[in-house]
Ligand binder design. Structure first.
Ligand SMILES: *Cc1c(COP(=O)(O)O)cnc(C)c1O
Length: 369
């Protein structure tokens, strides 16, 4: 038997746990219909305009994409009114987050800081890169304990991650809190605000620093095409960075990690205002409906600015696992949060109107029998 060495970081690596897939559940329970509300995907699917563009470009898939994805970067720069030299696109925002660890944190020297619980990718990529990740628990109401986070930061902290709207809670920090926290940081420290869900918020300027980056030289903002743009399977995300960091991330990024179809789809998605507006409408209507109905069934629902809701099961339930399993048997996949240290909570993505109704009627049976 070969005994090829494994890095100790790899031997001890705990992989990211993704939501269950539709096929898995259909086969396991012999169901004909499965509704997946576990991964915060767009309930409307892929925009018809993007689908047309994918067809149109399919014959070119034998070509390499253009290095640096300049047309997509230009389209994003115009969309957000920022300089193209600040933008890095990646194979999902996950890729760019991974690259930030590798570009900004010297293993064994620098550290990174986040709240606990946090998005799994910060934990996995810090571990794989050998970078210490310091965490402080969220407040009991899931708001952000800024002073405790500030206390973890020292001269060797190079990255601070904040997710807003937060996943899994849905909590969204007021923009002035972010602004004063950013101002309090040493200039050796990059504040990365993960705004994967910001394009579902009531009013972006009340929550996001994106329109004010000139004031904040140490702030980066990450966004994704996976949620409101309906392209999770194409893998496309981006981060708006200080120019000097963007330049270095581009230098080390694998040259073709954003594929040709994803690039064309991304450009098309930015133009498809009708699809974006309809997604916003469906998500916000569904979010209000589910908040109301889950509350009526005795669940405690966290307010949310995103396309998902986190709720605590009624006090009569021992934890959320039994309800999660009974929903699976009925063909509905939610996201359990035990791995986030929240055994009494579940996260549900807002679905189509029909999916939301089916979920509520099954929950009504399960919780009131
Ligand atoms: C979904 C999500 C992302 C998006 O990741 P992609 O790699 O762009 O699909 C990023 N951050 C958080 C917190 C998310 O929930």
């Amino acid at each position: 038997m070969a005994s090829i060495p494994l890095r100790s970081l790899v031997r001890d690596f705990k992989p990211y746990t993704a939501g269950l897939s539709i096929d898995e559940i259909r086969d396991k329970y012999g169901l004909s219909r499965v509704i997946k509300l576990a991964s915060n995907e767009n309930p409307l699917g892929v925009s018809p305009h993007v689908q047309q563009v994918l067809h149109r470009y399919a014959p070119y898939a034998f070509r390499y994409p253009q290095t640096g994805n300049p047309r997509l970067v230009k389209a994003l720069a115009d969309y957000h009114h920022v300089s193209p030299s600040r933008i890095v696109v990646g194979n999902g925002s996950d890729e760019v987050i991974d690259l930030l660890f590798r570009v900004c944190a010297e293993p064994g020297v620098n550290n990174a800081v986040a709240f606990r619980p946090c998005f799994g990718i910060y934990t996995t990529q810090a571990a794989l890169c050998g970078v210490e990740l310091r965490q402080t628990p969220l407040n009991p109401d899931f708001s952000f304990p800024w002073e405790k986070m500030r206390a973890l930061i020292d001269d060797n902290t190079s990255l601070v991650f904040v997710t807003s709207p937060d996943n899994p809670s849905g909590y969204t920090a007021p923009v002035e809190e972010l602004a004063s926290f950013a101002r309090s940081l040493p200039d050796t420290c990059l504040l990365v605000i993960d705004e994967a869900y910001m394009d579902f918020a009531d009013e972006e300027s009340a929550y996001s620093l994106l329109g004010r980056l000139e004031e904040f030289p140490n702030v980066a903002i990450s966004r994704t095409f996976s949620k409101r743009f309906g392209m999770a399977g194409l893998r496309l995300g981006y981060v708006i960075l200080p120019e000097i960091i963007a330049e270095h991330v581009w230098r080390v990024r694998l040259p073709f990690s954003v594929n040709l179809l994803a690039e064309e789809a991304g450009i098309a998605a930015l133009e498809d205002r009708a699809f974006l507006d309809e997604t916003y409408r469906v998500v916000r209507t569904g979010r209000a409906y589910l908040t109301e109905e889950l509350g009526r069934l005795g669940c405690t629902v966290m307010p949310s600015q995103s396309n998902f809701l986190m709720f605590e099961v009624p006090s009569g339930e021992q934890d959320a696992s039994a309800l999660f399993e009974r929903l699976l048997e009925r063909g509905i996949i939610l996201r359990p949060l035990t791995s986030y240290g929240l055994p009494r909570h579940l996260r549900v993505s807002v679905g189509t109107e029909e999916e939301n109704h089916i979920l509520v009627s099954i929950l009504r049976e399960l919780l009131t029998q």
